[in-house]
Ligand binder design. Structure first.
Ligand code: F6R
Length: 275
């Protein structure tokens, strides 16, 4: 896993938006997996800015969101469909029919979840999956104990998640207890994952995700099994990472390599022999 530690949340947003923009320029019809919640908001703002100021083009992009609360319709103020419209889609030149958010009011959930999986497949699979992480280490709404091979399905939210999300609803009693969520297995099939985290309340989850054992008790830790994950975290979220200095060293070396300055990475003697 590549780990990038930024000084603060706005650095996380900027770096994440750059990764998305780079993909869009390389593959204008890419398929993005998107998340809701506080974490990606800064990245969405930066992408909107890039669309307005630099003409970043979303006209051929297809998106699939990770999850939706069961029982909430698309216009409900706390529905994830509404969140996506207000915080991203309404500000881009994206085709509405290319945006997919699970339907929290589907009639037959089992059939609907299978159909959502099929739609992802038919679109060619997710090129880049954007992820936040819950304070209990969940990705999407795959709460602790979720199968690491799970697919899109209904999931009961833990008390911790309900408490965390009560800030959006006013009180915990108002938070739906069930959600449709893509599975850990679905996420692991994405070609690349971009895991974002900021703030001290994410420090434990980030340590467990990146440096802990792979366990269904921290579903984000399954990302260690994926071949192409970039974690972008701020100082506070990365505070408990033991190998923080090493991750920085890797990034420094990567930057020098990209700038064609291999010599700067060689030990002194090797450099002298080269001259
Ligand atoms: C949202 C989602 C969740 C959040 C996670 C962190 O679509 O899938 O896993 O990413 O709960 O939420 P925030 O970003 O609000 O801390």
């Amino acid at each position: 896993m590549r780990v990038i530690v930024e000084p603060d949340a706005s650095g996380v947003a900027r770096t994440a938006a750059r990764f998305v923009a780079r993909l869009l320029r390389r593959k204008p019809n890419c398929v993005l997996g998107l998340a809701t919640g506080s974490t990606p908001l800064g990245m969405y703002r930066d992408l909107i800015h890039m669309h307005r100021e630099e003409g970043l083009d979303f006209s051929r992009v297809v998106t699939f969101n990770l999850d939706e609360y069961v029982g909430l319709g698309p216009t409900h103020p706390q529905s994830y469909r509404r969140f996506m419209q207000e915080n991203l889609f309404d500000h881009l030149n994206i085709e509405p029919r290319n945006t997919h958010v699970p339907d929290g009011r589907a009639l037959d959930f089992e059939a609907y979840c299978q159909q959502y999986e099929r739609q992802i497949e038919e679109a060619g699979g997710i090129d880049l999956q954007v992820l936040g992480v819950g304070s209990d280490g969940h990705i999407a709404f795959n709460e602790p104990g979720s199968s690491l091979g799970s697919r899109t399905r209904l999931k009961t939210l833990t008390e911790e998640t309900v408490r965390d999300n009560a800030r959006f609803f006013g009180t915990a009693e108002m938070v739906p207890r069930l959600a449709i969520t893509v599975g850990v297995g679905t996420i692991l099939e994405s070609r690349q994952c971009l895991l974002l985290a900021a703030g001290p309340h994410k420090a434990r989850a980030i340590r467990d995700t990146i440096e802990g054992p792979v366990t269904a008790q921290v579903t984000a830790s399954a990302l260690q099994l994926h071949r192409d994950v970039i974690a972008v975290v701020d100082e506070e979220a990365g505070r408990l990472l033991e190998r923080r200095d090493y991750y920085r060293e890797v990034e420094r070396a990567q930057a020098l390599l990209e700038a064609g300055q291999l010599a700067a990475l060689l030990p002194d003697r090797a450099r002298r022999n080269d001259e």
